[in-house]
Write a protein that binds this ligand. Structure first.
Ligand code: PLP
Length: 365
């Protein structure tokens, strides 16, 4: 058989170790997973009940247009129902965008390091990938602008950026959008939107009326705590949504996921509390780093990238053996860092204790 060239040698997603595997391997009774930026407080209590109702209807296909969810999100975000596209996680919306816009002979511009799914899906479509290094952990928008040419179809801005946690501000984004040629789609991935507290973080929804070539991505996987159910969405002009809809599978979000997302969106108090606790705990991480002379990027998300000055894999392994799963920076383009999801106060205390011990043992302080 002959695969597409671009699939040859393309590594599949490497799933992290499961909590069960880690428990068994290291003989631990408790494991804390702070590797995938999931919500450590779970999800809204309203979700379980909404799912229970769906359990009586599992034989039926879901609503392929996700009407109820569409209505609820449209009202929440302040857009028309026709300005939304839903995906099996925002990952799938990324895939839909790539299917719709990219092919051999086109190119796509993104930062590096950034969220790997932009690149991965673009590679599969055969597009040329133009990666512009972050400067001081932040998107270099002027350089990204220079990378655009008449073959460019999509530019990706991860805001805040995963894995650095940094953000593009309002002035920077608006200057960028003004200069991007109209034939280029600009995707702003706001997976961590609910956690952002910076006053000059751009409000992108009002920009949609000005820019037909803008698409915003949001998800229920992070602050809403529904990562298992896979729901995310894109927001863009009605014309753009209509154009990419044929690239979406007809029943791509399940009825269980749709119902859960509606319920989750109805509980904004939960989101507010999670965001406030995240902020408080992020500050505990900042204090820990400052007390121990560790470099970090201030984060607008629910994770923090910390530079230990030694191989990220070593820090990862040290924590793993003590029942704490994080993401090594080796795989993320920051080889001497690790990315840690901000957990609950109790989880973070464990992290700080283990890290303090590590710094002492390795004589890093
Ligand atoms: C987690 C994450 C996503 C993926 O979210 P899903 O909706 O679960 O597919 C998208 N973008 C970024 C930047 C993320 O960190």
């Amino acid at each position: 058989m002959k695969l597409k060239n671009q699939l040859q040698g393309l590594p599949p997603y490497q799933p992290g170790k499961s909590m069960e595997e880690v428990k068994q391997q290291y003989g631990l009774t408790e494991v804390v997973k702070l590797a995938s930026n999931e919500n450590p407080y779970g999800c809204s209590k309203a979700v379980k009940e909404a799912i229970a109702i769906e359990l009586d209807r599992l034989a039926l296909y879901p609503d392929g247009y996700a009407r109820k969810l569409r209505e609820t999100v449209a009202r929440h975000v302040g857009v028309k129902e026709t300005e939304l596209i839903f995906g099996n996680g925002s990952d799938e919306v990324v895939q839909i965008i790539c299917r719709a816009f990219l092919s051999a002979g086109t190119n796509t511009v993104m930062a590096t390091p950034t969220f790997p799914q932009y690149r991965h899906n673009a590679v599969i479509e055969g597009a040329e990938i133009r990666e512009v290094p972050l400067t001081e952990g932040r998107h270099d928008l002027p350089k990204m602008l220079e990378a655009i040419d008449d073959k460019t179809r999509v530019v990706w801005i991860c805001n805040p950026n995963n894995p650095s946690g940094t953000y593009v501000n309002e002035a920077e984004l608006s200057a960028f959008l003004q200069q991007v040629p109209k034939h280029v789609l600009v995707v702003v991935d706001e997976a961590y939107y609910e956690y952002v507290t910076a006053a000059n973080y751009p409000q992108t929804v009002p920009l949609l009326s000005q820019y037909d070539n803008l698409m915003i991505l949001r998800t229920f996987s992070k602050a809403y705590g529904l990562a298992a159910l896979r729901v995310g969405y894109g927001i863009a002009s009605e014309a753009l949504i209509q154009q990419i809809e044929p690239a979406r599978e007809p029943f791509n979000t399940s009825s269980v996921a749709q119902a859960a997302a509606v319920a989750a969106l109805g509980d904004q108090e939960f989101i507010k509390q999670c965001a406030a606790q995240n902020k408080e705990q992020l500050e505990a991480f900042y204090r820990f780093c400052e007390e121990n002379g560790l470099f970090y990027y201030p984060s607008e998300a629910n994770f923090i990238l910390i530079d230990f000055g030694i191989e990220g894999n070593k820090v990862f392994q040290y924590l793993l053996e003590r029942g704490i799963i994080v993401r090594s920076g080796n795989a993320l383009g920051f080889p001497t860092s690790v990315r840690i999801t901000v957990g609950t106060e109790e989880q973070n205390r464990k992290v700080f204790a283990a890290l303090a011990q590590m710094l002492k043992e390795k004589q890093l302080v």
